[in-house]
Design a protein around this ligand. Sequence first.
Ligand code: SF4
Ligand code: ZN
Length: 443
Amino acid sequence: MFEALVTEKDYKKIPSKCILTRGIKVKMSEVAVPVSYAAAFEGERVRREQLHVEFGGKASTAFEYLTAKSKEDEVEDGKFELIGPDIDQLPATSKSLPLAIIVDVYGRKMQKDFEPVLERQIHRFMNYAMGIMHVGQRDMKWVRISKDAFEKGFRLKHVGVILHAMLHQEYSAIVDKIQVKLYTKQEDIDKLLVAAKKTYEERDERISGMSDESVDTYYSCLLCQSFAPNHVCIVTPERLGLCGAYSWLDAKASFEITPTGPNQPILKGRTVDQRLGQWDNVNDFVKQRSNKTIDKVSMYSLMDSPQSSCGCFECIVAIIPEANGVMVVHRDYSGITPCGMSFTTLAGSVGGGVQTPGFLGVGKLYILSKKFILAEGGLKRLVWMPKELKELLGDKLRKCCQESGQPDLWDKIADETVATTSEELISFLTKVGHPALEMEALV
Ligand code: SF4
Ligand code: ZN
């Protein structure tokens, strides 16, 4: 239903007002960028030799943040601003810049709950451009632009062109206007990141009171099938998607926006195994959508039919048999871990959409979940994690440790300052009396 009578005295605003009032949806037919643009380029990597510039990862601070504005005149459709140097003005010896991508949208049908869903699409839309690589999300992202793309004329304004065109194209049902701002000066980024982080926290908070038992429906995510064709994420209130970008609420919102999209509701059905976290409808769904490569999936187990991993996991959980426990490592940790491998090496053997008992890609918030590898005994199995990750999870992790029935567990979890080999790890665990050493054998 649209208003019968609308007035607009500013003649410059009349066309956009008319479009909006009549409910006319803007569809962009082509994305006007100087490089090829298609879903086929999604899995493409930009290697160091081909690198023109990178943002985030280990190189600099980078984040992306999409919000809905409540007033129509707060958003000017198609507007793009770059505040700071472009990629043809790089400092002489540097191949990186900090980056904030700020997207404001307005839509009559837009809801606050839809924000994280739209924000997650930045990843996909940027990856569609040839020579542009986008990994991760929120303030854990990493973008690379290749020399080829740069030489063809790709500049930061094209990020605006892509996001504007694609959000209109795919989300016209909820979005009417889109404006994009990019910042490449550290002082701006530091300021803007404060607000963004607060919102990320609020989004995480909304789900933290919910349990798997409190719902009868979980959601799938099939978004990563474009590069891991058999991979299915099952998203439950207590276990988010392994990229960290899809909570159960986000998947639910995404289904409302696109009922035929990658996030489908799955009525759990009969419980097959409560300890492992298996339900018959979930198993059936996974079997069907993994192209019959995966028969069953345990939501709470690392060892018995664990979920498969695509490639975008925030963290990897890996078994350390000698310690009768598990370690967890996040993407930003570049050192060696006590299982003898770095994150990158581990990632190579975990990804691709196959089940690998003993190894699991997870979103970092799953570590704080009451359902974290519950079948193997939960958090008490955790023997090692990088210091940075421990600090990142901070007080929330301390609280979970206390609730695990082991009040001093936090101090007993080793990090790289005390152990980077399994021998060092065992000697530390023995010294502090880590509970994993006394638990039932993992293998
Ligand atoms: Fe969806 Fe899982 Fe891919 Fe995240 S990792 S986008 S939840 S399929
Ligand atoms: Zn993925």
